[in-house]
Design a binder for this molecule. Structure first.
Ligand SMILES: [Zn+2]
Length: 234
């Protein structure tokens, strides 16, 4: 992850505690963080957990810890191993997207979170923030795509998978096509504005690119986030 210079010292202090706590977590096989040789503001994270559930538990604890708060919103690059990626990768990354959705609802935004992944590595992440950002395009998916494109210095992101808690809208489907995203994994259907399955818009669209779709991953939890948010506002 990349840390701003003025936060470097505080980050390094919190990091020592974070590493010790993580290594003591149940299900943690190994956990290392080290600064990049080229750029001391960039940290590499290498972690191995028994399974996706242990990794998700770690993510939940780390997100709520001083370390998570300190590094909230920073670009992260992970090297994971030891996870049962074939069976649980979709759920693991959806858990990450759910945590981002929680950031959105804390800010009074509709709780949608998105994580873009390639070869098991997080390339970009985002949460919904059109109201606070005064930006109608600031959907979680768009923010994750922008972050990944800038980080990888490429406006196209072939071979990537987007995990998003709610079925993407028309604008985001368009952006996913432009970015050449290979697969879209989403949680709950969005019956009103969903443009993948609820109101499929791609069938008649003359684009050469198509993405694969995996719906319903942690769909119930993702849907509950939405209904809880709207119930609290009523
Ligand atoms: Zn959207």
């Amino acid at each position: 992850m990349s840390v701003p210079q003025d936060q470097l010292e505080a980050t390094q202090v919190a990091l020592v505690v974070h590493i010790a706590l993580t290594q003591a977590e149940p299900g943690c096989l190994s956990f290392e963080v080290w600064p990049s040789a080229e750029n001391p503001l960039i940290f590499h994270v290498k972690e191995a957990f028994i399974d996706g559930e242990a990794f998700a538990d770690h993510q939940a604890r780390a997100g709520a810890s001083p370390w998570g708060q300190l590094t909230q919103g920073f670009a992260r690059e992970y090297q994971t191993s030891g996870l049962d990626l074939s069976a649980s990768a979709d759920e693991t990354f959806m858990h990450q997207a759910l945590q981002l959705a929680d950031h959105a609802s804390e800010a009074g935004e509709v709780p949608v979170g998105a994580v873009l992944v390639r070869d098991g590595q997080v390339m970009g992440q985002g949460f919904n923030q059109p109201i606070s950002g005064l930006d109608p395009t600031a959907h979680a998916e768009i923010i994750a795509l922008r972050q990944a494109a800038q980080l990888h210095n490429n406006y196209r992101l072939p071979g990537s998978t987007l995990y998003v808690t709610i079925e993407p809208c028309l604008m985001c489907v368009g952006a996913l096509i432009h970015a050449r995203v290979a697969r879209v994994v989403f949680g709950a259907l969005e019956p009103k504005a969903g443009a993948v399955l609820s109101h499929p818009c791609l069938e008649s669209y003359p684009s050469n690119h198509r993405f694969a779709v995996t719906p319903g991953v942690l769909g119930e939890i993702c849907g509950q986030r939405m209904s809880r948010f709207f119930a609290a506002r009523r």
